[in-house]
Design a protein around this ligand. Structure first.
Ligand code: ATP
Ligand code: MG
Length: 377
């Protein structure tokens, strides 16, 4: 179950923002992921004015397996931050419905969870006529694209004026901005444009909204939570070209599950709904992937713990996540691959089998490595 720690905000807690039209179930989803920092979910538009942030544990069965062998005093999962952002309306990019404020909230997050209403319920207000997931998605995409176009155009005219300097760097920047501008003008998102590393750098200062990775939550009715419905199917078909994930779930049910304090009640409830795990767990794991994060473990008798790094980080940088001293005074790392640890069942047994490696400062940490750092300060 998600467990929201105090508002710890170190640089590793990357953020995913919950985005969508008003009243589609964003705060309900946020409530499901947060037990303490509760957003107010009610049938009222804009009930979330300030973004609410919650830290959520990332479920990882490898952590539980490691703990099963080590039997530590504590098990500490890693976390991601989830931010509940108020609903965007048509015209948000022009300031409609506090649009500028909410778009600024989106700019601050690292990835987007786009919630789309896929349930019918006439009691829940909706400005956009009959339920239309694809149309809803397009409204949001358009607003984000228009806002990006504004940012790109500003820089474009600035760079255009500098073209006469003949600087090839300026010329390259100009070309990149031109590509982005044309693309946005065609109603497409920057994430769908393949950009080189240099091109990405050229637009990095713009923090474009449509460059962020996205996953979709099809918020369906109770009867469709396992099967999906015509709305979630339409959404899936519409995003197929984007290579984005669509998670079909019922946000209300998830919120109800997360509110149950007694694990026995929860089990019973989930059994009744034929669920093996909360859909939320799947969502959080997907968000973690979306953020391009990797995990390494430390496995001591006091604590078995998961730590978050980015793909490609080297050992000293990975060590800094535990403590900056670990990076400053880094000597070496002892590494056991996760599958070796599980196969031999303990650090000692893995060591005896020759599966403990000593790695230096250039070692690129792999997802699942069980690490022990040697350092001096
Ligand atoms: N799957 C669902 N089925 C039925 N009702 C739902 C479902 N998900 C959410 N709701 C209900 O829809 C209403 C609006 O939900 P919520 O407050 O989460 O929307 P929101 O997207 O946060 O809105 P806002 O943009 O105004 O902040 C609530 O009454 C909630 O209980
Ligand atoms: Mg809300």
């Amino acid at each position: 179950m998600p467990n929201i720690a105090a508002s710890k905000k170190d640089f590793m807690a990357l953020q995913a923002g919950i985005v969508g039209l008003p009243n589609v179930g964003k705060s309900t989803l946020f409530n499901a992921v947060s037990n303490s920092a509760k957003a107010q979910a009610s049938n009222y538009r804009f009930c979330t004015i300030e973004p609410n942030t919650g830290l959520v544990d990332v479920p990882d069965e490898r952590l539980d397996k490691l703990a099963g062998f080590v039997k530590p005093e504590r098990i500490v999962p890693t976390q991601v931050a989830i931010v509940d952002i108020a609903g965007l309306v048509r015209g948000a990019s022009k300031g409609e419905g506090l649009g500028n404020k909410f778009l600024a909230n989106i700019r601050e997050v690292d990835a987007i969870i786009h919630v789309i209403r896929c349930f019918e319920d006439e009691n829940i207000l909706r400005d956009e006529g009959p339920i239309n997931p694809v149309g809803d998605k397009e409204i949001i995409d358009t607003e984000l694209q228009l806002k990006d176009l504004e940012s790109v155009e500003k820089k474009f005219s600035r760079v255009e004026k500098m073209l006469k300097t003949g600087d090839p760097k300026i010329k390259a920047e100009y070309e990149t901005l031109k590509r982005c501008k044309d693309h946005l003008e065609q109603g497409k998102s920057i994430r769908e444009l393949s950009l080189s590393k240099e091109e990405r750098t050229a637009i990095a200062d713009l923090f474009l909204l449509t460059e962020k990775s996205v996953l979709y939550v099809a918020n369906v009715d109770e009867a469709s939570m396992h099967t999906g419905n015509k709305f979630s199917e339409a959404l899936k078909a519409a995003v197929a070209g984007e290579n984005a994930q669509v998670i079909v779930m019922n946000n209300s049910i998830e919120a109800q599950i997360s509110e149950m304090e007694d694990p026995a009640d929860r089990e019973l409830f989930m059994e009744e709904y034929k669920m093996t795990e909360p859909a939320l767990s799947k969502l959080i794991r997907s968000v973690y992937k979306l953020l391009d994060l990797a995990t390494y473990f430390t496995a001591g008798v006091q604590e078995v713990r998961a730590w978050t790094i980015h793909e490609g980080w080297k050992a000293p940088q990975a060590a800094s996540v535990i403590h900056t001293d670990f990076e400053k005074g880094f000597i070496k790392a002892e590494v056991i691959a996760y599958k070796d640890f599980i196969q031999y069942g303990s650090e000692a047994a893995a060591r005896d089998a020759g599966k403990l490696r000593i790695e230096g400062k250039d070692y690129v940490v792999k997802d699942g490595d069980v690490m022990h750092f040697r350092f001096n300060v």
